[in-house]
Design a protein around this ligand. Sequence first.
Ligand code: GRG
Length: 317
Amino acid sequence: MSTHTAATAAPPAAIPFGEWMHDVQARIEVALDRFLPAADAIPDRLHQAMRYVTLGGGKRVRPLLAFAAGELTGAAPEQLEVAAAAVELIHVYSLVHDDLPCMDDDVLRRGRPTCHVEFDEPTALLVGDSLQTLAFGLLAGESTGGASSPLLALAPARQLEMVRLLAHASGSLGMAGGQAIDLASVGKPLNQPELELMHALKTGALIRAATLLGALCGEAMDDTARAALDRFARRAGLLFQVVDDILDCTASTATLGKTAGKDAAADKPTYVSLLGLNGAREFAERLRNEALEALSMFGSRADRLIALTDFITHRKF
Ligand code: GRG
């Protein structure tokens, strides 16, 4: 595989960002529908619940990041949709488990009753488990939905690297670990480095994985390009969380599609409780600038990532 540098790549097609975002969201919806077991496949109630939580909702920020990062390395959409779906499935599993009574105990997600409310707690637990294994199956080249050849067909070493990356990002040294710190920190004031570690793991690890997996679907990157993309992904992950904290105390439940104000009500440390609303907004702006600086070496190939960073910064839900 040739080594990619920013200079070798052609600029992305000039589709307006809003249209591109809509296309990727539609594409990922179709892909997820195809990769998930059919609603009438036995055990049908479990499969219906997996489809209920995965389809028809969410901003699909992680798939968007994967597709935007794929533009840096000329990745094919057919490969990107598999990698992007794998990350989204892990994300949806985390939301389902996070909403359980033993964790955040929430009844509303993506504007609809949460999985354990609509189905039941054991089903919600199994939905999370099954989405997680489906994600890794996809990265390992599993064919689903009647496909006869592997859905992801890259060099085996590349796919192994992708499995490793997503496993690390999802586990106790990534998202699950961040959730453990989150649960243990209720009612405890955290300082900024402690808060940053919690969010780098809980939210940032998967955002970083989405970005790197997207790039890994295309030409190999040299070490400098990869380090720059990694720097971007870490800043973007933190930015996403800071904005999430701001929205939790400024947006309504109806707009968010999930219960607003939960962090303050649960006495959880957030960037707003630590820095105040204006301080959190200033911090978000700083993170946005740092994220964009990290992309400077990629030239116009990074246009989608730049626009997506602005979408993450200014999103309303
Ligand atoms: C249960 C292992 C385990 C982990 C849960 C991600 C997570 C860890 C919990 C979700 C709780 C939460 C509100 C985290 C803050 C940031 C976040 C991940 C928000 C939800 O992501 P969005 O805004 O959601 O991308 P949509 O619905 O648009 O996909």
